[in-house]
Unconditional design. Structure first.
Length: 311
């Protein structure tokens, strides 16, 4: 483990030294490698680490003296050097239990803006107390200032109620950073997870949580390739919550895709209830995402029932 910590420090040192000249994807490789080395419980042998250290030294020299180098060459060098180590480390954590993800929509709570705001914050508090794993603030009609203020309120409430609950802002990495959220949730047509992670790194946040909405196997593969922490896939069921075989079969195909080990977790979304959630887990989903599921009724009972489910 000592070798892993040493190598991790070397990577972080190079990342800070050369950050201004690295592409977004290259920055992500640096950060990801440093994190992987710190948390890996499978350190490589001494010979491997010696070779890696030589690669770090060679890369440092190339970047220091390579002011005339093309960006593509710099990126290639970084990805190649970091990739050789990443293949020998555990690159992605898996969820230890069914992951429950509350997505907000205050307009469902009340037509009156003041009431909707108040009810949303109360719902966030109840969900956090009940043990929801993450909350996505998905209030896309708000201005930047309004979204930031709401985000700060949600972060404060969630952390006071449950320190382990994560708060993500929909699409807006800048707002997530400004309000102290744990990360961002990206749309399928948004910037890549790699680009979002680079934005957080530039702000000094090395380990943001990044989720991505996906509607096809290709989008899931792209999200995984760009280093997303998890994907939300849907819709699984129709709006009337009837069984949608096409949605379940697509979910199963996505969850059984060929991927690195451990694979990026995929959460199911769309018309999910306590009654049909089991089918999503049996199809391979690592968790459940929802709006109405967590925003109506007794959220404590809903979470307790979902926690009892197993794939």
């Amino acid at each position: 483990m000592a070798e892993a910590v040493f190598a991790g420090k070397q990577v972080k040192k190079l990342a800070h030294k050369h950050m201004p000249r690295l592409l977004a994807a290259a920055c992500t490789e640096f950060a990801g490698l440093a994190e992987d080395l710190f948390v890996s419980d499978r350190p490589a042998n001494a010979g491997d680490w010696q070779r890696d250290q030589q690669q770090f030294n060679d890369l440092d020299a190339k970047l220091t003296g390579g002011h005339g180098s093309k960006e593509a060459e710099i990126k290639s060098s970084v990805v190649f050097s970091c990739g050789s180590v990443r293949r020998r480390t555990r690159c992605r954590a898996t969820f230890e239990r069914v992951f429950l993800y509350y997505i907000t929509d205050r307009k469902q709570l009340s037509a009156n803006e003041d009431d909707a705001h108040r009810l949303l914050l109360d719902r966030v508090r109840l969900a956090a107390i009940a043990g929801v794993d993450a909350i996505q603030i998905r209030e896309r009609d708000l201005s930047t200032r309004e979204l930031t203020e709401l985000g700060r309120s949600v972060v404060e409430i969630a952390r006071n109620a449950n320190l382990s609950a994560k708060v993500l802002i929909n699409s807006r990495s800048d707002v997530a950073i400004a309000c102290g959220a744990d990360g961002v949730h990206l749309r399928s047509d948004d910037i890549s997870a790699a680009e979002a992670r680079a934005i957080f790194m530039h702000a000094g946040i090395l380990r943001p949580v990044i989720g991505v909405s996906c509607h096809s196997l290709r989008e899931v593969e792209l999200a995984e390739g760009h280093g997303a922490d998890f994907a939300v896939f849907g819709p699984i069921f129709e709006k009337d919550r009837e069984i949608k075989e096409e949605g379940l079969s697509s979910l199963q195909a996505v969850c059984s895709r060929r991927a690195a080990k451990p694979p990026m977790p995929v959460l199911a979304l769309g018309g999910i209830t306590v009654e049909n959630a089991q089918k999503c887990l049996q199809a391979g989903a690592a968790g459940i995402a929802g709006i109405r599921l967590f925003q109506t009724g007794n959220v404590e009972q809903v979470l307790a029932s979902l926690r009892k489910l197993v794939a």
